[in-house]
Structures are given as structure tokens and as C-alpha cells.
Ligand binder design. Structure first.
Ligand SMILES: Nc1ncnc2c1ncn2[C@@H]1O[C@H](COP(=O)(O)OP(=O)(O)OP(=O)(O)O)[C@@H](O)[C@H]1O
Length: 347
């Protein structure tokens, strides 16, 4: 019997495991991931490519690739309607999952055409969703589509409701995808690198829009990115992933001012600081992310870690060590507990 979730809890992942059996070996893409999202907060998920950020999100949405094997863990959702869903027990095509995807969780992607159909106008696509899930009449659904496009600050919403995705700019397509994702007033939005392909100005506008929508709609967001600068801007809390595991979770200020995992520290050191690092060579994290078929023993980061302790870090998987609300999976995290950084690495 599982315990009930705390009152303010929206989503809870406990020891989620997803593997891909491949000819070359077994890829443990998600290797015991636990995190939670409280109502109305933004959780940033940061990590290099291949760390398992997207596969974890797809496990929540029940949209895992066909060759994925879920080998354990639980995923629970309690949207604002008060119902409780054990998502990990639900089949990807079940009625309950379609209800969750339509009504309670929206998802946006790096590439808007993943979510938008090229052969239907954006208005038609939004209308279909709200007619199906909210039971609106055609006229009300069209009014709702225009209202949603206005909410995502689409210019001339009454005209562009009849536009096809290819007639819109990249930033406008991103807005249309967001309108579709929020059309049924979800309690949670999963944003998987939604601004990575955009220029910096459009990226800033989309982040601003998501922040406004969050406050206005009381929606929580899981924001997946490899960009720490974006996380600083939008997240309340941050989880850092490395090779299928969360290695650190903390409030956003603690992540930047008092990181307690050498991987987080290394990622922060590699961010250029405006005005400080111009013309200076930036440190990069030594070594490459190991290939997923031969993950190092012990702490998977140990071959790249400047603090690695031989005989410990290369043999034992670090437990989750807690420092108040902060969690670090580093054997020697205690050592970093007192050493607050003087300046945030992202400035
Ligand atoms: N369909 C698949 N078949 C086999 N392996 C896969 C498949 N999809 C993902 N993987 C593997 O799972 C691991 C995690 O991938 P995932 O896409 O979650 O990483 P990510 O952190 O989201 O990376 P990115 O930032 O590049 O999207 C990687 O090693 C990846 O190669």
C-alpha cells in the first residue's frame, strides 16, 4: 500500500526505471529517478544530452518508445480536480491516460511540429481538443481558440486562428503549440527544451510567457533544458541529471550559490559570465559523457570528477544525502556543505 501524497503535491516519481535492451547491451536510460513537483511550482531538469531527461518525461506522459522497458518505480499524479492517478500502472492507450494527457498534463517540445498537424489550421486543432475534452459547441470552441491565442500573445488572434502552422514564424508556432497544450487548463505543463531552437530574443519572450501563464493559471511546470541560464530565469527548484540518475536537487538559489555535487559545480563553471569571461577560455568538464553501454562503476561521474576519491567513488553508488531541502548523490557532499560560492556562476 502506497502512502498518500502530501497536500500540496501534484506529481511524484519514485525510483522510476526505464531500460532499452539493444544489440550492443542494455541502456539504463532512467536508473531509479525520484522527484516531485508541488502545485504551481516550476521544477527545472538540467543535464547534458543523453542523461535521461526526455525519457523520464515520456514515462510520465505514458509515451515511451515501443522498445522501452519500464522495469520499476511509481509515478503518481494528483491534479487540481483531486483525483489520484497511478500513471505507472496505466497503459499508453487507456482511456484514463488519454484523459490525463488531455485534461491534466500538457506537453510542449523543442520542435512545435511534433505537436501540431501540418494539414490543419491551428484553430481547428485547438477547437478539436476543447470540443473533445471540455464538450464545447463549435462556436464556443472557436471563441475559446481565439481567446487562447490571445492569451499566448499571438498577434491578430482572430485572423491567425485560421492559419496553418507553415504560415507562422518559429516563435509564433511555439505560441500556437503552447495554446494547444494549455487549452484544457492542465495542472501540469511538461516543457521539453521548448526554447532550444529559438534565437535569444524569442527565447526570452517565450520564457516570459510561460512565467505569466504559470501565475495566471496556477499551473506547475517541469522545464527540461541543458541551459542553466534559462533555469535561473524560470525554475523554483532544480534537479540535475547525469546518466539516468538525479545527482542533485535543490532550490534554485542553492543550486547556483551552494551546489553540492561536483557535476553541478562543473556545469556551472562552464557557463559564460557576461562581461567577465569575454576573451577568456572557459573551463569545460573534462572527458565525455560515457557511452550508455558502459556506465562507470560506483558514481557514474567519477572518471570526470576532480574530487573523486579512489576506492570509494569508483566502487560504491552514492546514496541520496540530504542537507535541509537539498539532496546530493555525492559521497563527499558534506565537504561542500560549508563552501558557499561567493558569486553565482551564471551572472
Ligand atoms: N528509442 C530508443 N532506443 C534506444 N535508446 C534510446 C531510445 N530513446 C532514448 N534512448 C537512450 O536513452 C538515454 C536517455 O535519452 P534521453 O533522450 O532521455 O536523454 P536527454 O537527457 O533527454 O537528452 P537530450 O537532451 O539529447 O534530449 C540515452 O542514452 C538515449 O540514447
Amino acid at each position: 500500500m502506497t502512502n498518500s501524497m502530501p497536500e500540496n503535491r501534484l506529481l511524484e516519481l519514485d525510483n522510476v526505471q526505464v531500460q532499452f535492451p539493444m544489440r550492443e547491451g542494455l541502456v539504463k536510460a532512467v536508473n531509479g529517478v525520484s522527484y516531485h513537483v508541488n502545485k504551481g511550482e516550476v521544477l527545472g531538469i538540467v543535464g547534458e544530452s543523453g542523461s535521461g531527461k526526455s525519457i523520464t518525461a515520456r514515462a510520465i506522459m505514458r509515451l515511451l518508445p515501443k522498445n522501452a522497458k519500464e522495469t520499476g518505480g511509481s509515478i503518481r499524479l494528483r491534479p487540481r480536480t483531486g483525483e489520484e492517478f497511478e500513471l505507472s500502472a496505466l497503459d499508453r492507450n487507456s482511456r484514463a491516460v488519454r484523459q490525463v494527457r488531455g485534461n491534466h498534463i500538457g506537453m510542449i517540445f523543442q520542435e512545435p511540429m511534433t505537436a501540431l498537424s501540418p494539414v490543419h489550421t491551428i484553430g481547428t486543432q485547438i477547437m478539436r481538443t476543447v470540443q473533445l475534452h471540455k464538450g464545447l459547441s463549435k462556436a464556443d470552441a472557436r471563441a475559446r481558440a481565439i481567446e487562447l491565442l490571445a492569451k499566448v500573445q499571438m498577434p491578430r488572434p482572430a485572423q491567425l486562428v485560421d492559419a496553418y502552422p507553415h504560415q507562422l514564424s518559429g516563435g509564433m508556432r511555439q505560441r500556437a503549440m503552447i495554446a494547444l497544450a494549455i487549452s484544457c487548463d492542465p495542472s501540469l505543463l511538461i516543457a521539453d527544451e521548448p526554447t532550444t531552437a529559438l534565437d535569444v530574443t524569442t527565447e526570452a519572450q517565450i520564457i516570459e510567457l510561460l512565467k505569466e501563464l504559470k501565475s495566471e493559471l496556477g499551473m506547475a511546470i517541469v522545464f527540461i533544458t541543458h541551459n542553466f541560464g534559462v533555469v535561473a530565469d524560470i525554475a523554483d527548484r532544480v534537479s540535475v541529471m547525469y546518466l539516468g540518475r538525479i545527482v542533485e536537487t535543490a532550490d534554485v538559489d542553492d543550486i547556483f550559490y551552494a551546489p553540492k555535487h561536483p557535476y553541478t559545480q562543473a556545469l556551472l563553471r562552464s557557463i559564460p559570465r557576461l562581461g567577465v569571461d569575454q576573451g577568456r577560455r572557459l573551463p569545460t568538464i573534462p572527458g565525455m559523457v560515457p557511452d550508455p553501454f558502459s556506465v562507470p562503476n560506483g558514481c557514474a561521474f567519477n572518471p570526470r570528477c576532480i574530487h573523486a576519491v579512489p576506492g570509494l567513488c569508483d566502487t560504491k553508488v552514492p546514496p541520496e544525502l540530504r542537507f535541509g531541502s537539498q539532496m546530493s548523490r555525492c559521497h563527499i557532499a558534506e565537504q561542500f556543505a560549508q563552501t558557499e560560492q561567493q558569486e553565482p556562476a551564471h551572472v
